[in-house]
Design a protein around this ligand. Structure first.
Ligand SMILES: NC(=O)c1ccc[n+]([C@@H]2O[C@H](COP(=O)([O-])OP(=O)(O)OC[C@H]3O[C@@H](n4cnc5c(N)ncnc54)[C@H](OP(=O)(O)O)[C@@H]3O)[C@@H](O)[C@H]2O)c1
Length: 229
């Protein structure tokens, strides 16, 4: 991927760290963005940290403008930004939690899609890979706001796949089960981690979808549930 410019959102997150490293290992130029990202997060000359919010179209466009003005192009969007809230039934879900789930999991992808699609279409071979969740397809009790936000995200990505196939742009969404991240280890110290999904595996799938062999996969909704089927 030596001639590719990749934007990873949430690049310093539990999964985003692995996704960023996977693209760097493949020789890509990687711009990693999040609110608190630092240049020192990745020790690689091909890495550029770009701190910023993607909470509005304006802020998402500002990030993408910096990428295209500095590197002249954008080939891949790997969108990992997202967040979880659980423990409330639908009847008990408060407005703040509901809005936070929509902002983190749905609105963020909507803004970054609108900001990146024009540049991705220009390459004639652009790629979008977004991270949803198993909960998008399998809602469970107490995670209604999270599940709904991820389900709507899947719909957005599939629409983008249909709308942009004329420009050789693919858009796919990966649905991980519970991943083995530092945050999950801290939150669930007694859990059986053997069934958790490896973020490194998910990152390799993201990189594969962005590579030459991934060009025929478009509009896919890909479950990655590990052994917890
Ligand atoms: N962990 C799991 O078990 C699991 C399971 C299924 C699906 N997923 C999904 O997988 C994705 C990654 O999960 P994760 O566990 O790696 O999450 P994480 O560790 O919490 O990382 C989230 C990332 O998003 C960034 N971020 C949050 N809000 C932002 C904003 N407004 N603007 C820009 N950046 C923002 C955070 O960095 P800053 O704080 O620096 O902004 C961080 O880099 C998420 O979409 C999540 O829903 C996770």
């Amino acid at each position: 991927m030596k001639d590719k410019v990749v934007l990873v959102t949430g690049a310093n997150g539990g999964l985003g760290t692995f996704v960023t490293q996977a693209f760097l290992d493949a020789g890509a130029t990687v711009v990693g963005t999040s609110r608190k990202i630092n240049q020192s997060d990745f020790n690689n000359p091909q890495f550029t940290a770009l701190s910023g919010e993607i909470s509005s179209l304006q802020t998402a466009r500002a990030i993408v403008d910096q990428v295209t003005s500095r590197f002249g192009r954008l080939d891949v969007l790997a969108h990992t930004v997202g967040g979880f809230a659980g423990g409330q039934s639908i009847a008990a879900t408060d407005d703040i939690t509901y809005q936070r789930m929509l902002d983190m999991n749905l609105n963020s992808v909507f803004h970054i899609l609108r900001a990146t699609i024009p540049a991705l279409r220009q390459t004639g071979d652009g790629r979008i890979i977004a991270i949803g969740s198993r909960a998008a397809l399998e809602p469970g009790a107490g995670v209604g706001a999270y599940s709904a936000s991820k389900a709507a995200m899947v719909s957005l990505i599939r629409t983008v796949a249909t709308e942009n196939k004329d420009a050789g742009l693919t858009a796919n969404v990966i649905l991980p089960g519970t991943m083995d991240t530092p945050t999950n280890r801290a939150a669930m110290p007694m859990a059986d981690r053997s069934k958790w999904v490896s973020p490194a595996s998910v990152a390799q799938l993201v990189r594969w979808l962005a590579g030459a062999a991934g060009k025929d996969v478009n509009g896919a909704v890909i479950p990655v549930y590990g052994s917890d089927l």
